[in-house]
Design a protein around this ligand. Structure first.
Ligand SMILES: Cc1cc2nc3c(=O)[nH]c(=O)nc-3n(C[C@H](O)[C@H](O)[C@H](O)COP(=O)(O)OP(=O)(O)OC[C@H]3O[C@@H](n4cnc5c(N)ncnc54)[C@H](O)[C@@H]3O)c2cc1C
Length: 455
């Protein structure tokens, strides 16, 4: 980028202080949690933007994109930078478009729709929704930091998914306002099925500037930890609660030992050598859950109320991809995969994985409802990393026994597991970003030579 480019960008925003070129800040805002993956770490360590622009309105986003289009400047959107596939890391320089300041909650409607800017932190949205009698259907374990736009752009689900599915399911995302990357950027509203054009597209085919998200009535929750002698017992009990229609739950997570050894701040709730299950369960069901756990041969090591995201301990801080973080601190030789087991065959799939990889493949299950309404044992196993070949061998073996894998060691939308088979994200990129300036390199199948001539 030239000094002239920077000057032109300054004219797009009301305050020049929101155009940042200070190297340390540019470096910090060019990074996410890509280092979770030893494969991506090697690939992305030296990738940087040349400047950061922080718009505060849709009008400023339009002005910035118009200027970047005319000057052929790549633009990488950023929420809070908690993505863990290098999604928000610019591969070809240009600017990072930091949307954190577009954090207005416009409304929580009486019928439970949150209307908000992309920069709003999910924790703030959850707290605000609960004050109005609603709560998020699902959220990542990074709720305190992560932004709504980043969740839609790069996330998939999390706490709450056991009851409400992932972000893309059951019309949780009702509508998205998107700004296109064209000579004259358009502001386009995607409603209903059309939200899938831009959902989980990593900011490659438009910049989200306003989001309509469906909520559910708020529930009084409790947290519970149960320890079992064997992983098989833990699986049996967690599956029963996760799939039982009578249980009102927000989180059902099972870990094999030694994963719980990594949870040092809550070591008092862990038992040496034992598997554990974490629950968020309706308060009114806590007593019957603990009774059922004892019946199943478990030891209840925590049964406590949940009072919001500041609750201590907060069990969700150890679940979903936070488990990986804790275990990598405990043993830096490990990384992770993202898998889906088949409900009826999960036990034999676990056995085959353990027989093949033993302690190099540690089971961490997150139960979640799929789009067909079936609760399945999803999984974010922590796996020992030696070489890329060995990691790929694990992925291939999983797939060969019917365990699906969304590969978190891939740096493009297609490789990461949420790419739509109907190609709507790619087709939208051809329409909204014909020059390929939005997060270039992340939509691997995009080929500028194939842009339809009508665009
Ligand atoms: C410890 C840990 C735990 C995690 N747990 C989960 C989990 O439980 N579930 C889960 O789904 N994910 C999880 N993640 C991944 C990540 O935290 C979430 O997906 C989170 O919602 C991303 O939000 P963010 O604001 O940090 O997004 P960012 O990392 O800033 O961005 C993510 C992607 O969205 C794009 N983007 C951001 N804003 C916009 C916008 N306005 N318009 C268009 N594109 C945009 C970016 O370009 C990028 O490609 C975890 C990550 C870590 C490190």
């Amino acid at each position: 980028m030239t000094p002239d480019d920077l000057e032109a960008l300054t004219l797009c925003i009301a305050s020049p202080t929101r155009l940042i070129t200070q190297p340390q800040t540019v470096q910090r805002l060019s990074r996410d949690f890509y280092w979770y993956s030893p494969v991506l770490k090697k690939l992305l360590d030296d990738k940087l933007a040349e400047a950061v622009v922080q718009p505060i309105s849709t009008g400023e986003v339009v002005a910035v994109l118009r200027t970047c289009y005319r000057r052929r400047i790549p633009v990488t959107a950023r929420g809070a930078g908690t993505g863990n596939y290098g999604q928000a890391i610019p591969l070809e320089g240009g600017i990072v478009l930091d949307l954190a300041a577009m954090d207005t909650i416009h409304e929580i409607t009486p019928d439970g729709i949150a209307i908000a800017g992309p920069g709003v932190r999910l924790g703030v949205l959850e707290t605000t929704a609960r004050e109005a009698g609603w709560e998020l259907r699902c959220y990542p374990s990074t709720i305190a930091k992560a932004s709504l736009g980043g969740f839609l752009g790069g996330g998939s689900g999390g706490i709450g998914s056991v009851a409400h599915g992932g972000l893309r399911d059951f019309q949780t995302v009702r509508a998205i306002e998107v700004v296109t990357m064209e000579a004259e950027p358009r502001i386009v509203l995607h409603e209903g099925e059309a939200v899938h054009d831009v959902l989980h597209a990593w900011g490659t085919n438009g910049i989200m500037t306003k989001i309509w998200l469906a909520l559910v009535p708020a529930e009084a929750w409790a947290q519970c930890v149960v320890a079992f002698d064997t992983f098989d017992q833990a699986f049996h009990f967690s599956e029963k609660i996760a799939t039982g229609d009578d249980w009102t739950k927000r989180l059902v997570t099972a870990f094999e030992w030694p994963i719980p050894a990594a949870f040092t701040p809550i070591a008092a709730c862990m038992r040496e050598g034992k598997a554990v299950v974490f629950f968020m369960i309706a308060s009114a069901q806590l007593d019957i859950l603990t009774a059922a756990a004892l019946d199943a041969g478990g030891e209840v090591t925590l049964a406590a109320p949940y009072t919001g995201i500041r609750t201590q301990p907060l069990l969700s801080d150890y679940t979903w991809n936070h488990t990986t973080l804790w275990f990598m601190k405990y043993d830096p030789a490990f990384t992770y995969l993202q898998c889906g087991f088949s409900p009826g065959e999960a036990r034999s799939q676990f056995a085959r994985l353990k027989a093949r990889f033993a302690g190099d493949f540690l089971l961490h299950l997150e139960f979640m409802k799929n789009g067909a309404g079936i609760v399945i044992p999803g999984s974010i196993p922590v796996v020992r990393f030696t070489t890329e070949e060995r990691l790929n061998e694990m992925i291939d073996f999983c797939r060969s026994i019917g365990v699906s894998v969304a590969n978190p060691h891939s740096n493009n939308v297609e490789g990461g597991g949420r790419y739509r088979e109907d190609n709507v994200q790619l087709l939208t990129k051809y329409r909204y970003d014909p020059l390929g300036l939005l997060n270039p390199g992340k939509m691997a199948t995009f080929n500028p030579a194939e842009v339809p001539s009508s665009t």
